[in-house]
Write a protein that binds this ligand. Structure first.
Ligand code: ZN
Length: 422
């Protein structure tokens, strides 16, 4: 290998992770102010008009306060995102209406992806392999009544007084009477329509990345409650916190907090039942973390806040997004190549199955590097097991499953028996 070739390889490896930093607020100063819900809708419309090939906007519906919950889908060739062979990621913010940093972060992130697409090869690469769904506020009614304050609960709840992060179903809490606020119901319907592999819910009031479980009945608050994917969640959480400018540093954390590496297990921090992240992992196979972006929930100076939140989190959010394409991925079909959904993917050593939810039969199962036995099963079909699958950290391993229906084999045996008897 010549020196030049070696240098090019080094450059290629370094370059593959080198997203170009650009603060969209330099061009759109409004992004550094406390914009209202209408501004989110208008700016999404503007992005869609400018980049119809990359951006598709929607509303989850109207809240009781007559606000839309705005959603933006961003990916290359966006008109075909639902059938494309790409995992979806879902990032939401402002579930507690008085925790505001995520609003600006996600709005800027939408601008960043759409507007640097042409100039930044790394953005083009991630948009070719990932579908981004961004919801800067899922509680616009709460935000509309929130007051600038570092603590307190003014604006935390939905207009009917619900704490959304205590309002999602849990198999451990089946007897609990939840309110299911309109906003919660919209999020639940949305999760069925848009199955996401990864999720983030942005909050404020601390500086830490929090991962499941958030609340297990038999484990006391303050004690560690490991999920079946604990090691993977730790890696995911660290991918965010260690790429953040200060989250992992004790001095930047809030009050007496001392989160090693800037991460915490939810139940170990404090127990939360019926939270969204546990629900997303448990019911939707969406590997979701909760990210607390700052100590003060609703700071008085918007420009300071939104300027810093972008530079602090820019790298984390891009690195985290890449995890949607890790572990194993592939397609489940029948013998004729027809896509199969509702196929259960089981991984040896992990007591958590995931389902094939993509209408074209594609699936993504994030995993740490290692060797696994992986099987696919579906009612009415023979289970197909693949042994000793090697998964590397750098790129996902492709494993396709062609499932044979039991009825087909039974019919063939019947035909054979009939032939023999004539
Ligand atoms: Zn919160």
């Amino acid at each position: 290998m010549t020196l030049v070739t070696a240098a090019l390889i080094v450059l290629a490896v370094v370059g593959s992770n080198a997203f170009q930093f650009w603060d969209p607020a330099e061009e759109f100063p409004q992004l550094n102010t406390y914009f209202d819900n209408n501004y989110i809708g208008q700016s999404f419309e503007t992005l869609q008009e400018k980049h119809p090939d990359l951006v598709k906007i929607s509303s989850l519906g109207k809240t009781p306060g007559d606000n839309d919950i705005h959603e933006i889908t961003i990916t290359s060739d966006v008109s075909n995102w639902q059938t494309a062979n790409k995992p979806s990621v879902k990032y939401v913010a402002n579930m507690h209406g008085n925790e505001v940093r995520g609003r600006g972060l996600l709005l800027k992130f939408a601008y960043y992806l759409a507007m640097s697409y042409e100039s930044d090869q790394d953005v083009r690469d991630i948009m070719a392999t990932t579908v981004f769904h961004l919801l800067p506020t899922i509680n616009p009614d709460g935000f509309a009544t929130a007051t600038k304050s570092c603590s307190g609960v003014d604006g935390r709840y939905t207009s009917d007084g619900t704490d959304m992060n205590r309002d999602f179903p849990s198999s451990w809490q089946s007897g609990t009477r939840l309110k299911f606020a309109n906003e919660t119901k919209m999020l639940m319907n949305y999760a069925t329509r848009v199955p996401a592999v990864l999720g983030i819910s942005f909050h404020d009031g601390a500086l830490v990345t929090n991962y499941p479980w958030d609340g297990v009945p038999d484990i006391l608050s303050g004690k560690y409650a490991a999920s079946p994917d604990d090691a993977l969640f730790i890696t995911m959480a660290k991918t965010y916190s260690l790429n953040h400018k200060s989250m992992s540093k004790r001095a930047a954390q809030c009050g007496q907090d001392d989160f090693k590496d800037g991460i915490t297990n939810g139940n170990k921090w404090y127990k939360v039942f019926n939270g969204m992240q546990d629900w997303n992992y448990m019911y939707n196979d969406c590997f979701e973390v909760t990210i607390e972006l700052g100590c003060c929930k609703y700071p008085s100076d918007a420009a300071d806040t939104f300027g810093k939140v972008w530079s602090d989190n820019f790298n984390s959010i891009l690195k985290f997004s890449k995890l949607a394409n890790s572990g194993v991925k592939g397609r489940a079909t029948d013998y004729f190549g027809n896509p199969l959904t509702d196929v259960t993917i089981t991984v040896s050593g992990i007591n958590k199955t995931t389902k094939v939810r993509h209408p074209e039969g594609y699936y993504w199962r994030p995993l740490l590097g290692g060797t696994y036995n992986i099987s696919a099963s579906k009612h009415g079909y023979y289970t197909l097991a693949r042994k000793s699958i090697v998964v590397r950290e750098e790129e996902p391993t492709q494993i396709d499953f062609i499932l044979i229906p039991k009825s087909q084999v039974r019919a063939r045996k019947r035909r054979r028996r009939r032939k023999r008897s004539v």
